[in-house]
Design a protein around this ligand. Sequence first.
Ligand code: ZN
Ligand code: ZN
Length: 360
Amino acid sequence: MSGEDIPKTQTAAIVRKQGGPVEFDDNYPVTLPGDDEILVKVLYTGVCQSDLHTKAGTATGPDGNPITKIKLPHVGGHEGVGRVVKFGPNLNPTDKLQLGTLVGIRFLSRVCHECEYCKSGRDQHCGKSTNHLHHEDGSFQEYCVLDTKFLTELPQDIDPKVIGPTLCAGVTAYKAVKNANIKEGEYLTVIGAGGGLGHFAVQYGLALGAKVLGVDAGTEKQRFVESLGAQFVDFSKCKDLAEEIKNLTSGGSHAVVVTSGHPLAFRGLADIARIGGSISIVGIPPGEVKLDAPVAAIVIKGLKIQGNLVGSLKETLEAVEFVRNGKVKPHVKVRPFRDLPEVYELLEKGDVPGRIVLEL
Ligand SMILES: [Zn+2]
Ligand SMILES: [Zn+2]
């Protein structure tokens, strides 16, 4: 495809102001790639809780305050897969990157490459980074510009339908399980196991050899979590969740990964963890949610508490490799792009097993 085939306008899902609805604009301008950039035709995109929270104005920053400094109109989407359709003026196709090559659209759009975090493989913490949530238009549009200096170059034999969610939910869960330092045969408890992040954490845990307990509620989530190979624990039916898990794990879970954003999910975790165990937290709940763990329990049991912000570009590609070789199977439901408002409603209610992917 040559540059002539790129339309001037496209369909994008836009949010005019935080707290407002998501609307479809069929005359949204297509941005052409500048130097060191490429233009990508988006094929599929996942829908993330943080898209919902940013749109609603309830996403929380590191200071505990809502994130309100965002580009408007807001075009979300950071779990996308697309094909290259145009190179920036100073670029030529290479062996690895040609017209038609599949690439990923992730949360981070650009980093500085120079700070201590970029240089030590922790680019997700780069203080000068920009992202596809607050600064740049993401994958909820047909054509997206990407920086080739920080490009998610995917293996070309992947299924583009399932890779999108791996680029955010997947790598986040992978990183949390990896940071929990779980050893083969040890117990991993995943809180919120039936959700988008949770179903990935269950599978990465199993792939790394853990015995996984999946905590969630209801028969639909039970069927789903059991189908992944985990033992299901229904918190809505337990009198005392910590006691239940202690019994099932003969003394406590070696690692607990919290993938639910519900404030109640952050209580009682020190009771669930085994002596010397770890509590790994992913996802950012809206509002000011605090980890409710007694200092005495943390000290006496020697617990490790770990926060996880997505993962680096390198870790993202590690997470993708588990999916490529079939060890982790993202559970996705493909729906048309125009269903985004309905998908947001479903996410708000919290009854989405796995992840919904939009086809553009
Ligand atoms: Zn996300
Ligand atoms: Zn940096």
